[in-house]
Design a binder for this molecule. Structure first.
Ligand code: DAH
Length: 355
């Protein structure tokens, strides 16, 4: 009995200390584990003389129950202590005013890029991308614009090195070249993106956006170009009828080349696209020049196609009634809040952009 009492006293004392769960579990296995003190005492019962065995067994059971109960109680105490301390420390102050959720807006340029990508994808165009930092070859030479061609001067190029080999692309047309070098005809792609020219006033910014279009296949002609642009302009401006005229023009990479004007009228000093008797220039286009096809190893006797380049910022200004291009890139929150677009899921407590 004295042994059992010793165990009991020793462990009751231990269990009275300030313990955490891990140390209680240690005590538990010291007592009741495979080689624990209580378990071993039970194993030794058999070796006791019969007259002592009964009393010892009953004392041992008693101590076992007492210790077990003490352990369970200790565990409950620790758990409650933990919960209380969490309640204390993680209190939520429900009187605090809610935070204003700042929800971004979609920039009109991004919105228009999404719109036109979806419109062109419906008639089989896929979207390609090219780098903003281009080389002179893709931006000019491969597009049939050799060294002394006057069109190079018209582009007010930002060159990035003295040798004038690297530059910020002046148009999205180099993506035509990159796409055709990458694969085999047919090609039916659009390439929206940033473009750069050293120019700045109310309708020109040094960085602006274009979308390039390219369709190369067997037997493609100007009728296809006209049909494609007619479909695009009607879908984009959401009108059933559109007056459109092709004005002869010149681009080194197309032959013949044209600029396209669309009809509009002014109603309450607002531009209404569609019929009207006024003309607005909207894009450049033409049949891809045989030299461009040769430069990318395509046989111009077998394949032909059309290309076009449209100013995206201009489209956004016309569709959404914005009259100063420079504001597009000033990152003025008030402007963006006014002209920007809501993403699909706007939280109910949205209050617009705030600084
Ligand atoms: N790259 C021309 C520009 O920036 C626009 C253009 C005109 C693109 C005719 C074309 C095209 O693909 O065929 O002014």
């Amino acid at each position: 009995m004295s042994d059992i009492k010793k165990i009991k006293d020793e462990f009751l004392e231990k269990l009275n200390e300030d313990l955490n769960i891990e140390s209680v579990n240690e005590i538990k296995s010291e007592l009741f584990g495979k080689n624990g003190k209580i378990s071993t005492s039970f194993k030794n019962l058999g070796s006791l003389p019969a007259e002592e065995r009964k009393k010892f067994a009953s004392d041992l059971n008693f101590v076992k129950d007492e210790l077990q109960e003490k352990i369970n109680k200790k565990i409950r105490e620790i758990e409650i202590k933990e919960i209380n301390s969490k309640l204390e420390n993680e209190k939520i102050d429900v009187t605090l005013p809610e935070r204003n959720i700042v929800q971004g807006k979609i920039h009109p340029v991004s919105q228009v890029i999404d719109e036109l990508s979806s419109i062109f994808s419906e008639i089989g165009f896929s979207v390609e991308e090219g780098p903003d930092v281009e080389n002179e070859h893709y931006n000019f030479t491969a597009l049939n614009t050799p060294d002394n061609h006057p069109a190079r001067d018209m582009h007010d190029t930002f060159y990035l090195d003295d040798k004038k080999e690297l530059l910020l692309r002046t148009h999205t047309s180099p993506v035509q070249v990159r796409t055709m070098l990458k694969g085999k005809p047919p090609f039916k792609i659009i390439a929206p993106g940033r473009t750069y020219r050293s120019d700045s006033d109310q309708t020109h910014a040094p960085m602006f956006h274009q979308v390039e279009g390219l369709h190369i296949d067997k037997n493609i002609n100007m009728g296809h170009l006209k049909g494609c642009l007619d479909y695009f302009i009607k879908s984009f401006f959401e009108v059933d009828k559109i007056k459109m005229r092709f004005r002869p023009s010149h681009f080194p990479f197309t032959e013949p080349s044209a600029e396209v004007d669309i009809g509009y009228e002014l109603k309450d000093s607002k531009i209404v696209i569609g019929e009207g008797d006024k003309w607005l220039e909207i894009l450049g286009c033409g049949m891809v020049h045989p030299n461009v096809l040769k430069n990318v190893k395509i046989n111009p006797d077998k394949y032909q196609g059309y290309a076009f380049g449209i100013g995206i910022d201009r489209l956004a200004m016309l569709k959404y009634g914005i009259n100063d291009l420079r504001a597009f890139f000033e990152t003025d929150y008030r402007w963006l809040n006014h002209f920007g677009f809501d993403p699909l899921d706007v939280p109910s407590n949205y209050r617009g952009l705030s600084r």
